[in-house]
Design a protein around this ligand. Sequence first.
Ligand SMILES: [Zn+2]
Length: 181
Amino acid sequence: MKLGVFIERDGVLNQVRIERQHQVSPLTLDEFHVNQDAVALLNKLKAAGLVLVATSNQPGLSRGYQNRREMDRMHDQMRRILPLDDIMVCPHDETDRCPCRKPKPGLLVEAAFKWKLDLDRSFVISDKWQDAEAARTAGCTSLLIQSPWVGKVHRDFVLPDLAAIVEKILHLHTTTRAMVA
Ligand SMILES: [Zn+2]
């Protein structure tokens, strides 16, 4: 089985506006800016044989303020810039009580089924506690970028930036491989 790295989209792979201590997702291609720093870092993970899956809660799709076609254009651009294998989106509102809105683990479980990933040895990267919670439920190792949104839930690592997280994953991945061999 392959190993996955699940990466929160907003705030990690693309820039977000901050309003009253909350992240505001970009809604149009004009507003959508991929983090250029992520390109080389994701390429390192890809070169290590990891399957890279972006994950995102986009309740605007069901609330009506995120246009599906516009989001697809944003994601096409993100795929052209970043070596992503997949982009998984929860389109639901909190009140829909779906199984895929993070902190629920549905997106991770669905991607694991689709890509035949071993969740116990896979990784989750984010700057928010919801992803750490989803990782814990799914059995993945969570790595959070230090931010105002890391909360107090269980997480395996909190590190200063994406570069430090990628180094940590490569180290853990190599160590696990050595142990299995
Ligand atoms: Zn959902």
